[in-house]
Ligand binder design. Structure first.
Ligand SMILES: [Zn+2]
Length: 312
């Protein structure tokens, strides 16, 4: 038996493409450093709008074959990021994309939004107890921007983290495991505002015409709440390539991209997080944001060693 990599990172996302937009550089960085990176995607993104005219027939209101197509896009994206462990919650197609808030798709059979929380969380508990990650990344309670599947992904991830650590819960799903650090995806408001000011100069040199609004960026929050920033600049090309692999959903023209609404957004080379469980460990951090951590695993090395020794 081979030893599992010491650093294990789990990400929980709603649809294929969210991982690359939010965490592409972080995933590529940790994969390149030899950490085990596990992505769990909760739906196939069946209700997404399709950008390329030639693929419009895949859409939910036509052939309804976008889900399987996006499995292929996600696979290609993971190849770009160097991530080999990607799974769908409960298996591919177990939960369906719920569409935007307030639509009838929210309540159709199998919609993720309608899923029983503990039942959905149990699928994730099984993954947590198998992979035994020290770090979990998911959305804030609003899902970043209020999409039902993003809100539900947040709830399932937080619930599963609690249940996985509970020895009495579903012993058939493996030995209890407590995740040491939990992060929510965030972007500091000052950074977003600065990037949008800069975009006025970038737009004329891009294929895009209309800027999005600062409020269109998911997870924007007060700077003080940001505990951690991951400098993904060496992995920007990988992040852009992964986003490009989701071609039905994203058009990339670095340093900008658009979703199906055709509104230009900046592609963030630094990715930001709010630690909500565990201790921050900013020692050793450098640069202008020295009070922030620059490693998701900061402060965990000793804890991990102790846990490994105890387990023997
Ligand atoms: Zn999404």
């Amino acid at each position: 038996m081979t030893e599992p990599p010491a650093r294990r990172l789990l990400l929980v996302h709603a649809h294929p493409d969210d991982e690359s937009i939010n965490n592409g550089a972080t995933m590529a960085k940790y994969a390149a450093e030899g950490a085990h990176v596990t992505l769990v995607t909760c739906t196939l993104g069946e209700e997404g709008e399709v950008i390329p005219d030639g693929l419009a027939h895949l859409a939910a209101d036509r052939e309804d074959s976008l889900g399987p197509w996006r499995v292929g896009e996600l696979t290609a994206a993971m190849k770009e990021l160097g991530v080999t462990d990607h799974r769908f919650l409960g298996g591919p197609g177990r939960y369906r994309d719920s569409g935007m808030m307030g639509t009838e798709q929210n309540h159709r059979p199998g919609a993720f939004w309608s899923a029983a929380l503990d039942e959905a969380a149990a699928h994730l508990v099984e993954v947590i107890r198998e992979v035994r990650p020290q770090v979990l990344i998911t959305y804030d309670p609003d899902g970043g921007y209020g999409h039902p599947d993003h809100i539900q992904a947040h709830r399932v991830a937080m619930r599963a983290a609690d249940l996985a650590a509970e020895p009495a819960f579903r012993r058939d799903l493996g030995q209890a495991h407590a995740i040491a650090k939990i992060y929510w995806n965030r972007v500091p408001r000052s950074v977003v505002e600065e990037r949008f000011r800069h975009m006025a100069r970038e737009l004329p040199h891009s294929p895009f015409t209309t800027p999005a609004a600062v409020t269109d960026v998911p997870g924007v929050t007060d700077d003080e709440r940001i505990t951690t920033e991951i400098d993904g600049r060496p992995f920007t090309a990988a992040k852009a390539a992964a986003m490009r692999a989701h071609a039905t959903q994203i058009t990339v023209a670095e340093p900008l991209f658009v979703l199906s609404n055709d509104l230009a957004q900046p592609l963030f080379e630094v990715e930001y997080y709010e630690l909500v469980r565990g201790e921050t460990s900013p020692e050793g951090a450098r640069g202008p944001s020295a009070i922030r951590e620059n490693d998701l695993f900061a402060g965990l090395e000793r804890v991990t060693d102790v846990a490994e020794v105890t387990a023997l």
